[in-house]
Design a protein around this ligand. Sequence first.
Ligand SMILES: [Zn+2]
Length: 282
Amino acid sequence: MPSEQQLRADIVEIGRRLYARGYTASNDGNISVRLDDRRLLMTPKNVCKGFMDPAMMCITDLEGRKLAGERDPSSEMQMHLEVYRQRADVQAVVHAHPPIATGFAVAGIPLDRAVLAEVVTTLGSVPIAEYATPSTKELPEAVRQYVKVHDGILLANHGALTLGADLYSAYFKMETIEHFAKISLVARMLGGERLLSRDEVFRLQGLRGMYGIASPAPICPDPAQAEPADCQVVQAPVSAAGQRLVPESIRERRRSDGADQEIRLTYRELTALIEDAVRNLK
Ligand SMILES: [Zn+2]
């Protein structure tokens, strides 16, 4: 375990990076880490994360009582406490408002499609916790059902939350979420993602052990019968033809199952159909 002095310095450095990358504006965001089994080190309320110094941090217990520090702890302390209560394996928590990922959270679009191998192996899926008023007890309640099986969560109309085995691991997950959101946005602007097939997703999940990647939960075997309490829902289509990449358009066509399929006609074909119908009327 790094020393308290090192952890204070790491929080300052991560705050600087969050601000420099535009993941936070003004005084947004907060960072915390376990000091031992009963104390947390946390960023204080009302400071810009880009300009902190190590002496600014607060120490609290796991009930949120301040034990040391001149300033008050983060206004989102309750959300951090909820994570530590639910996840004994988590040592650090980062909350920020990275703009592209937050755009997905505002649009109500979860980052749960199987698109990039490194995201499938590390984060799995990134769901959206229901909207809750920031800095109230609604927020820990909204994230409660997701923190057990996810290391990255979008907060509806607010931002993102990441958890890690140390400070840098939680911070890098925030980078991964924003990078994933950027790539997903560009792919959708270019006509839509090609998704990794279900078989490929499970092949990637099998690599977690080989690379020593700890994931809080497995990917649900069947997203339609998902039990969100113990597995992650990842959108990955079954590919009957054994393709590893499945274009979304094919998926959408299959989903509509012929009922509302689009029919394209040339102008001449449409005119002929109308003329035919008019002739039949006479
Ligand atoms: Zn926030």
